[in-house]
Unconditional design. Structure first.
Length: 431
């Protein structure tokens, strides 16, 4: 009998990766909820999504053997609720909230890793007095306590920036806040955090000086392990990600310190039987390590890179842990020594633009054939307005994801630039 594994928001690209894990022939992957409803629905309602998930699973004629997901909000926070209902392995909702609720997470981090945590403060964007009382010295970063893809996140350099950020969050935070508050209603929240719902923001001191990376790991039966480190390179605006590279080129001693910190933190918050990833900065000048955030899931963006280097996508870790099995990873059996995910961006600072030239699907396939080891996922099409794209943050629009494998870092970068030239995407800025 095949194991029935339900994947929240399953779509073709990630299904192909799931089908490459070991023992895939013994699994049956089923989509749970549709892709759009758990990724880009502006009217997202977590309670409705949970009801639909329960209806689908209750009606399934076979066994429900695992629930997995690699999307951010609300997927990562719905999984503990769904698993609990069906008696499946996984972390508690409270432990996941201690990672995913940015203010609660900072509180827990400061308890065990105070030297790695910047100054932070809770901000109510709907407080009329907030605009006249900046919570931290400039500059600082402000964002909702739960969002994704840097949406509604702003660097604040002065009072004008601060007031703009508050206004933008008042207008847009409902996209996340309603569902976040609904999910928190399923958890046991300590009295001191009562009222700390999804309608709040967090301000944090800027810690972006240095080199950023992400640790990928898992906790199995109380024991945390880290199996890979991915370097994260931001673009010229110091906010938007431009590429991820695996394996990391950070010094081994630095990575060891990060790994030790990560293990202490996930143990402290009680995270168990789940993959996780944790983002850090290392300031090479001061040798200081800063912790950015923890996510109780794998990073889907890293999966094709792990496949190119290790031979199997790290979705295998996600599946193994969900089935109650200790992963055996990494493998070192890939075709390439280096791999990267490039996020081709147009830096528009929130302004609209018109896509005047973009490749069609046949042209993209031809470029992939021309450059073995690359995979391209365009996010724009000819005639499209950038303001209609789901792949936007406060400062840029992502035009395409480009995965590349190579035997050297030099070849990796050279191949990427050749692919960008071949794609030949053109944008006309609009007022």
């Amino acid at each position: 009998m095949k194991k029935n594994i339900f994947v929240i928001g399953l779509e073709p690209f990630n299904l192909r990766l799931l089908q490459k894990v070991h023992h895939a022939e013994t699994y049956e992957f089923h989509g749970l909820l549709d892709y759009d409803s758990v990724t880009f629905d502006p009217d997202m309602d977590a309670e409705t999504l949970l009801e639909h998930a329960f209806e689908q699973l209750d009606a399934f004629p076979g066994t429900v053997d695992a629930i997995v997901g690699y999307w951010d909000f609300p997927t990562v926070l719905m999984m503990p609720i769904i698993r609990k209902r069906y008696g499946l392995p996984g972390p508690s909702l409270e432990s996941v909230l201690k990672c995913e609720h940015k203010y609660w997470a900072r509180q827990k981090q400061a308890e065990v890793l105070p030297e790695c945590v910047p100054s932070f403060a809770l901000v109510d964007p709907f407080d009329e007095a907030a605009a006249d009382q900046p919570p931290l010295p400039y500059p600082f970063w402000i964002k909702p306590v739960k969002a994704h893809s840097s949406l509604l996140g702003f660097r604040v350099n002065d009072i004008e920036d601060y007031r703009h950020a508050l206004e933008a969050n008042r207008k847009g935070i409902h996209i996340f806040a309603k569902s976040m508050t609904q999910i928190m209603g399923h958890a046991e929240i300590p009295d001191e955090f009562a009222g700390m719902d999804g309608w709040k923001c967090i301000a944090e001191s800027i810690i972006s000086a240095g080199r950023q990376c992400t640790l990928e790991g898992y906790v199995y039966q109380g024991t945390p392990e880290v199996y890979g480190t991915v370097d994260s390179v931001r673009g010229p605006n110091r906010s938007s990600f431009e590429r991820y590279e695996y394996p990391s080129i950070l010094p081994v001693t630095v990575r060891e310190r990060m790994i030790e910190a990560a293990k202490r933190l996930v143990t402290h918050v009680g995270l168990d039987n789940t993959p996780f990833n944790m983002e850090f900065y290392w300031n090479s000048r001061t040798d200081h390590i800063w912790l950015l955030e923890t996510n109780a899931r794998i990073s889907k963006s890293h999966s094709p890179m792990f496949e190119k280097v290790e031979g199997v996508p790290h979705k295998e870790v996600m599946v193994d842990v969900a089935l109650g099995r200790k992963p055996e990873y990494p493998l070192g059996e890939g075709a390439y020594r280096h791999a990267a995910k490039f996020m081709l961006r147009h830096y528009d600072r929130g302004r609209d633009g018109l896509v005047t030239r973009a490749p069609g699907s046949e042209e993209v396939s031809e470029i992939e054939r021309q450059f073995p080891g690359c995979e391209i996922s365009p996010h724009v099409s000819e005639g499209m307005h950038l303001q209609d794209s789901h792949m936007r943050d406060s400062y840029s629009t992502e035009l395409a994801d480009i995965f590349v494998g190579a035997q050297s870092h030099h070849t990796l970068m050279h191949t990427y630039h050749e692919i960008v030239d071949a794609l030949n995407i053109k944008i006309s800025d609009l007022p």
